[in-house]
Design a protein around this ligand. Structure first.
Ligand SMILES: [Zn+2]
Ligand SMILES: [Zn+2]
Length: 74
């Protein structure tokens, strides 16, 4: 199973830790989704890559399957 990472600063989720400024490994979707990240302070390194946001918790992610309920932003 592929590992996912959450940015400790802004909460964006990705499977490529190089995209995050403060990466922290997460076990599965339930360990982070449902808790909103502070996306107001989203890091510049991930801003262009985080294309999905969760409609229930507001968290953003690089891939749709990383969050529970998605809408595509761009
Ligand atoms: Zn969610
Ligand atoms: Zn960040």
């Amino acid at each position: 199973m592929k590992k996912n990472y959450e940015c400790e600063r802004c909460g964006v989720v990705t499977d490529n830790r190089d995209h995050l400024c403060v990466p922290k490994s997460v076990d599965n979707i339930h360990s982070y989704c449902g808790f909103a990240g502070d996306v107001a302070n989203m890091c510049d390194s991930i801003r262009e890559k985080a294309a999905y946001t969760c409609v229930t918790c507001g968290r953003m992610a690089e891939k749709a399957e990383m969050i529970c309920e998605t809408i595509k932003l761009h």
